[in-house]
Design a protein around this ligand. Structure first.
Ligand SMILES: *Cc1c(COP(=O)(O)O)cnc(C)c1O
Length: 389
């Protein structure tokens, strides 16, 4: 195929007879058949074609084709949200009695799925700590079927060695699922390292402007067929409008990520020199404990920084309240820089002990660095740091 940028722009829904240049929005629930025989043959899957937007729609198909080219995956489905993708990837491929091995540092709602939703259906899970991967051998049970990881993790920015995890999954015959939300396919392609399934919250960097929710499940054809069957009959489908937005967003992902990463590195370096901080974490800062690994498997360091201010939670709150430009909200991967306090928001449903284990201290702050001019981002941070002293 062509380069990343070219595929992301040039893979398009086939032209309609209106000869449009940019793919139109197909707001239609169903598609017509030329004959009763064609309808029968399409339902029987003897011929391919759109039937009903719960199954497929030209806008969702375009999005899937673009992201598959970016990830190097064979096929996929698009879902209404990232969580529908996380849930669907597990629910479609597992059954009662199966066991999931997962890295402990996971998005808050994914953690809820593993600990509160799937146990109701007899699917159990165990967490592995990434600081102790030699121990993971012992965590594999006879009924372990799936290995689910997130790298870099939200919000701890822990990095898992994709080469190692790919070999580990193959050696134990596990389905390896990687939530690639933080890196995006522009920075890292887990399928290259042996991931069977790659999931996304497209809500984040893929949309990139904080507009719509969406998710993706991508991977090997034979697994995706199971996922398609599951989705077709349970209905987590993305709306054509959201798919249209996200397919357009893919066209600018590369240039946006370059700037997110450039800005984030500059802001991380600013924090590194500050005496107001206990620590700052960013994958491409030499002080990140897995800097070498980040360099090996990621093109750039990503758009997210985490930090802890001296003075703990009260200082963190003061700092957040003093920001003038940076938004206080729970999203990330937006053109606008965003600050979040995970312990009281995105990860508040975890117990204190669970948060401690994944490095979410009470004072931890997550900064999603946007596309504003980096001098203005730093100026806002600098002012708020001063005012919070
Ligand atoms: C946001 C997020 C999700 C959930 O995605 P939604 O689109 O909000 O449903 C899953 N995983 C990670 C890593 C996320 O950041």
């Amino acid at each position: 195929m062509s380069h990343f940028e070219t595929d992301a722009i040039r893979i398009n829904a086939s032209k309609s007879n209106q000869r449009e240049h940019s793919a139109p929005l197909y707001l239609t629930s169903s598609f017509t058949f030329d004959s009763a025989e064609e309808a029968r043959a399409m339902f029987a899957e003897e011929i391919q074609g759109n039937i009903y937007s719960r199954y497929a729609n030209p806008n969702s198909s375009e999005l899937i084709d673009k992201v598959c080219a970016a990830e190097g995956t064979e096929d996929g489905i698009a879902t209404a949200s990232g969580m529908a993708a996380m849930f669907g990837s597990m629910a479609a491929l597992l059954q009662q009695g199966d066991h999931i091995l997962a890295s402990r540092s996971l998005f808050g709602s994914t953690h809820q799925l593993l600990t509160r939703v799937f146990p109701k259906w007899g699917i159990s899970s165990t967490y592995g700590d990434i600081s102790d991967i030699s121990n993971w051998e012992k965590l594999v049970q006879p009924n372990t079927k799936m290995l689910f990881i997130e790298t870099p993790s939200n919000p701890g920015l822990e990095i898992i060695d994709l080469e190692w995890v790919g070999q580990f999954a193959a050696a134990h015959n596990l389905i390896l699922v990687v939530d690639n939300c933080f890196a995006t396919p522009y920075l890292q392609q887990p399928a290259k390292w042996g991931a069977h399934i790659v999931t996304h919250s497209a809500t984040k960097f893929i949309d990139g402007q904080g507009r719509v929710l969406g998710g993706l499940i991508l991977g090997k054809k034979e697994l995706i067929q199971e996922v398609q069957f599951f989705a077709r009959h349970t209905g987590p489908s993305i709306s054509p409008f959201n798919a249209w937005i996200l397919a357009k967003s893919m066209e600018t992902l590369a240039v946006r990520m370059d700037r997110h990463c450039e800005n984030a590195l500059a802001v991380a370096k600013y924090f590194q020199d500050s005496t107001d901080l206990d620590f700052v974490k960013y994958p491409f800062l030499k002080s990140h404990p897995q800097y070498d690994l980040a360099k090996k498997q990621m093109k750039h360091g990503g758009g997210i920084i985490t930090l802890t201010l001296k003075g703990g939670i009260s200082r963190a709150q003061k700092f957040i309240d003093q920001l003038q430009m940076i938004s206080v909200t729970a999203n990330l991967g937006d053109s606008r820089s965003i600050i979040t306090h995970p312990a009281s928001t995105t990860h508040s449903k975890l117990t204190e002990e669970e948060r401690e284990k994944v490095g979410i201290s009470d004072g931890l702050i997550r900064l999603s660095v946007g596309l504003e001019h980096q001098e203005d981002i730093i100026k806002d941070v600098e002012r708020a740091l001063e005012k919070s002293r």
